[in-house]
Design a protein around this ligand. Sequence first.
Ligand code: FE
Length: 177
Amino acid sequence: MEHSASQQSGRHRSMLAIVFIISTAFFLSLGCSGQTDAKPAGHNKEFPVMKSAQEWKDLLGDARYRVMRLHGTERAFTGEYHDHKATGIYVCAACGKKLFSSATKYDSGTGWPSFYEPIQEEAVGESRDESYGMVRTEVHCARCGGHLGHVFPDGPEPTGLRYCINSISLKFEDAKD
Ligand code: FE
């Protein structure tokens, strides 16, 4: 009897080990699919404008798609608007929503267009970004979810905020138009 009880408990332990291995493999595979899925964190929400990845690719082209849909960052001092001083409105390059006014643009010296506030609070959405071992606040267009850049608490008055935005996520509309 003793022998058979210990055999049984041995089998029980092997069963538990197998269940453990299978469930671990399952959760690891979920983690991997999360990494290969290029959708940025915080962008699984619904937005008024929604398109498939292929539709966005066709609409935006590769460079803009990489920044706006895959959370890329253009290289500093390479964008169209970091040193742009004209008076007008910066709209979302993907959907045309008005995002920032030139009246709130300032020279942050970072090489990316910087603003101390959006044109309307509701125009820009925020999400927590933990990529690259940092905790940052990601900002995106509230209408289409297109990634714009990040907001940092080291901007000028009156808000003390720095909206650090990729030029390629914006299109400038001249005030005279
Ligand atoms: Fe947009």
